[in-house]
Design a binder for this molecule. Structure first.
Ligand code: C5P
Length: 244
């Protein structure tokens, strides 16, 4: 596979075109950003770790019946993916209150939600990725009614799978963000990544509210030991996958 030109550089990944117009190469970076890139830094080894975790999860999700953009890994921090048109939506699923949900509603961090909450945010850096209502989403024509319903169902199915997967790793899935894209046949594929950058993951066996955090909140909140936490998540994922 020969790699052509840089198509897009995001905060955590660079996308390259390849000789196959249906295939892109995603290069995962160690760069870390938070708060709409107001906080910048680097997490050593993050590119490889997030690429590995995402790849394992995409493979497992495919077996579970979810269509993803994942093809294979030419190298540890690279993923070949199906070319899709990314919908400008960040789809957040929450099982436990934390982050912006707690800040905006007053629900105490750690409150177990009676049912998973699916939220849509407008993927737009200039506007600061605002929370959308369904009607605003449709008003802006960011997706069709059918696509919103299909994505909501997919997000809930993915949550079902991930809850069980992380539980078997001794990790509690608090919340996470997904992105979806449309392929050349207008099929909806799960895209982007699923990693400690995009999920809140708490060590189930650890009661201390700071020590239990195994995700990007360690970077966002300057809690230290970021690399160790990411590495620990990867080890647990690999252990589980290899034991199957
Ligand atoms: O900040 P907030 O509580 O809304 O984040 C919810 C979830 O979505 C968290 O797991 C966070 O890591 C993820 N997220 C993300 N990228 C964003 C915003 C949130 O991965 N731009």
């Amino acid at each position: 596979m020969s790699v052509h030109s840089k198509l897009y550089e995001g905060k955590a990944k660079i996308l390259y075109t390849t000789d196959d117009p249906e295939v892109l190469l995603a290069d995962f970076k160690d760069d870390a950003t938070a708060f709409n890139a107001q906080k910048r830094g680097s997490i050593i080894g993050k590119g490889e770790i997030n690429c590995s975790i995402s790849s394992q999860l995409f493979k497992q999700l495919e077996v579970y019946g979810i269509k993803t953009h994942f093809i294979d890994n030419p190298s540890p921090n690279q993923m070949r993916v199906k070319s899709v048109k990314i919908l400008p939506l960040e789809v957040v699923v929450r099982n436990i209150a934390a982050g912006s949900l707690s800040q905006q509603t007053g629900l105490a961090v750690g409150t177990l939600l009676k049912q998973p909450l699916v939220e849509f945010y407008y993927k737009n850096d200039q506007l600061g990725d605002p929370l959308l209502t369904r009607d605003r989403l449709l008003l802006l024509e960011l997706a069709t009614v059918e696509q919103v319903d299909a994505i909501t169902n997919l997000a809930l199915q993915i949550n079902e799978f991930l809850n069980g997967f992380w539980q078997q790793c001794g990790i509690t899935l608090v919340d996470f963000k997904l992105e979806f894209g449309l392929d050349s046949q207008q099929q909806i594929l799960l895209a982007d990544e699923i990693s400690p950058d995009t999920c809140r993951l708490w060590n189930t066996a650890e009661a201390d509210p700071n020590r239990r955090i195994m995700d990007k909140d360690r970077f966002r909140r300057d809690l230290g030991n970021v690399e160790d936490a990411y590495q620990e998540v990867l080890q647990r994922v690999l252990q589980l996958v290899e034991s199957k």
